[in-house]
Design a protein around this ligand. Structure first.
Ligand code: C6P
Length: 414
């Protein structure tokens, strides 16, 4: 058996999505901006796909959804546009974000700092989320933008987006949220939250790679990054990725049409996997209260076992998992989110992210439980640090300073 448990990195394109996209490669391949029928015949399917995306996030008619190549582009667009506006006509030079954003936010912020912008990286609490009152206390009259993710890609923890949106509205500050790990996984209702800009990526909810979007409340101004033709009303020039947009629309429809029921199904499998690992293994912990997590995600730390070693064993058992963000998987650095939560360097090297999808089966969960526990036993048996200390009484860690303990039946970092 082979099992894919890395759905926060990317997902399988749903066969129904592929089916919807196929005609737009080899039959209806016209450029939507062409005046002949090859081009114009794409208009109706494109507008259907756009409607599907609007409906999936309950965007209002006056809002804009601009398709991009991915969420990285959407994130860069918002942040860089704020900087361009500052250079052109504003004295606001401050951005508030968090320490646990995706690299497409953090690296862009570092770049903007080099250009003279000021950036505040808010710390997170032991649950891995930023508290709304913390955001309030760091907004100044120089703050142009608050950029805070809706759900974290490594832990799945959901941020208090509604409260943060209210604070930004009250303070008159623009609010961007990276919604990549929320859209298609939990209900996202743009009319129930005050968010000015939200980034999405189709391949995170069983759509194709290479297409994403930026939601823009009330179609407000945002200086374009790509200048050229009049595509997307001149907001993002470049020939439209017709199959990609059609696929994103279909994927959005499939992901959101029965989202509560789908979430319940994924959550039950995730919880069964998590409970089994916590029960069968000593000295393991899962980051964050599962009731405030996306229903598919587990970030588990296994004392005495390097994350990369675990990945190797899991890969040999044909299980695809990750130590955290796929973009940071080659640098063998400690897990940055675990460090931000307060884990020490040793512990932050032990995180394994397991992320399920609506295609994950019960048999796959059983297989992962078996292979994961076998891998931990094998790696601990050859681990010098774990062997020295040995399993701790009651599963409490002794090798590192951090305490593992039970809270609401979930082991969390304190
Ligand atoms: N995170 C992960 O393994 P792109 O690659 O542009 O479609 O999406 C970027 C992105 C932006 N924000 C968040 C919160 C994300 O999780 C991602 C992608 C993957 O966690 C790949 S690095």
């Amino acid at each position: 058996m082979q099992v894919y448990m890395d759905n926060n990195a990317t997902t399988m394109t749903d066969p129904k999505v592929v089916e919807a996209m196929l005609p737009f490669f080899s039959e209806r391949y016209g450029n939507p901006n062409s005046l002949h029928k090859f081009g114009t015949s794409t208009h109706l399917p494109l507008s259907k796909a756009i409607d599907q995306v609007y409906q999936g996030i309950n965007a209002a008619e006056q809002d804009d959804i601009v398709f991009t190549s991915c969420a990285t582009e959407a994130n860069n667009w918002v942040l860089q546009s704020i900087w361009i506006d500052k250079m052109l006509n504003s004295d606001k030079n401050h951005i508030v974000t968090t320490e646990v954003e995706h690299p497409s936010i953090l690296s862009t912020c570092k770049f903007l700092e080099d250009q003279g912008m000021k950036v505040t990286y808010l710390p997170v609490n032991e649950q891995g989320i930023v508290e709304a009152h913390t955001v309030r206390s760091f907004i100044t009259d120089k703050t142009a933008l608050v950029s805070i993710m809706w759900a974290n890609n490594e832990t799945g923890m959901i941020f208090p987006i509604q409260e943060i949106g209210e604070i930004c509205k009250e303070k008159g500050v623009l609010f961007h949220s990276d919604g990549v790990q929320a859209v298609g996984k939990i209900p996202v209702d743009m009319q129930a939250v005050h968010i000015d800009f939200m980034s999405m990526s189709a391949h995170k909810f069983h759509g194709p790679k290479g297409v994403g979007a930026l939601y823009i409340r009330d179609s407000q101004k945002l200086t374009p990054l790509f200048h050229g033709g009049e595509q997307m009303g001149g907001r993002r020039s470049g020939t439209l990725n017709v199959p990609g947009i059609i696929g994103m629309g279909k994927a959005m429809e499939l992901a959101t049409e029965n989202i509560e029921a789908t979430m319940a199904l994924i959550r039950s499998k995730r919880d069964r996997l998590e409970d089994a690992l916590l029960e069968m293994l000593d000295d393991v912990m899962v980051v964050g209260d599962r009731n405030n997590r996306t229903p598919n995600t587990i970030l588990i730390s296994v004392r005495g076992v390097e994350g990369e070693g675990m990945l190797w064993d899991l890969n040999n058992a044909l299980i695809g998992a990750s130590t955290g963000s796929a973009c940071a998987s080659e640098d063998l650095e400690a897990n940055t989110v675990m460090l931000a939560i307060g884990a020490d360097n040793e512990l932050a090297h032990t995180g394994i992210r397991l992320s399920l999808s609506r295609f994950t089966t019960d048999e796959e969960v059983d297989y992962v439980i078996e292979a994961f526990t076998a891998a931990v036993k094998r790696l601990r048996a050859i681990s010098s640090s774990y062997a020295k200390v040995g399993p701790s009484p009651g599963g409490e860690a002794q090798a590192c300073d951090l305490l593992y303990h039970h809270e609401n039946d979930v082991k969390v970092i304190h």
